[in-house]
Design a protein around this ligand. Structure first.
Ligand code: SF4
Length: 206
């Protein structure tokens, strides 16, 4: 997945954004577009989404005389600061993997976007209803199961699928009836008019 780039507002204003500053892991500093260093400050801040950020600051005496300051500093700022997420190295490794991943991204669009689009637009599934990793994983698994199931039906056809079910569950009609009810509920999630399930008759000895 592409990493959403922050600082869109700064870029719109024609000002330097985080991506214009290069981080040096060894010295834990940023190099600004003028080649000057930004050092980490002691304080830590939580941004609006709850992420802990370390602020890096340039020296005011350098920024004041910098020829690039109009593209860098805010109207009231004496020096430039930028925030770095405490786990930013995760995103940096991901950005590095994304370099030259155009072909993979095209494959991803062909394979993955279709299920997401179907889930969002046809099933109206645009957000999770539960909270917490385990619950979200369970909710997502159910939605993926429903999606996969409708794909199977589209490929096999309802009649062929029901014939296979009837054959498998012929000795136990109650289980088959319960299963067909579940299937109809699942289908109703994705289809406006799901096909009717057949009545359960006596099992065919053949
Ligand atoms: S204003 Fe400061 S941080 Fe910005 S480019 Fe100039 S020296 Fe670097």
């Amino acid at each position: 997945m592409p990493v959403p780039e922050a600082n869109a507002r700064l870029e719109k204003q024609g000002r330097f954004a985080l991506k214009d500053f290069n981080y040096d892991d060894a010295s834990d500093t940023y190099h600004c577009p003028a080649g000057q260093l930004l050092h980490p400050m002691k304080s830590r801040q939580k941004n609006t989404s709850g992420r802990v950020e370390i602020r890096y600051a340039a020296r005011g005496v350098i920024c004041r005389t910098c020829p690039l300051k109009l593209r860098c500093l805010g109207s009231n700022a004496a020096y430039r600061t930028i925030g770095r997420w405490e786990h930013e190295d995760v995103l940096e490794r991901h950005r590095a993997r994304m370099q030259g991943a155009g072909e993979l991204m095209r494959r991803r669009s062909g394979i993955v976007e279709h299920p997401f689009g179907t889930l969002k637009c046809r099933a109206g599934y645009r957000h999770f209803l539960v909270r917490g990793f385990d619950k979200v994983r369970g909710e997502w698994s159910l939605m993926a199961l429903c999606y996969n199931f409708t794909r199977v039906l589209n490929i096999l056809g309802v009649d062929a699928f029901l014939a296979a079910l009837a054959k498998t569950f012929a000795p136990c009609r109650c289980t088959l009836a319960a299963l067909l009810t579940c299937i109809q509920v699942a289908l109703a999630t994705f289809w406006t008019n799901p096909p009717p399930m057949p009545a359960i008759g006596r099992p065919n000895p053949a």
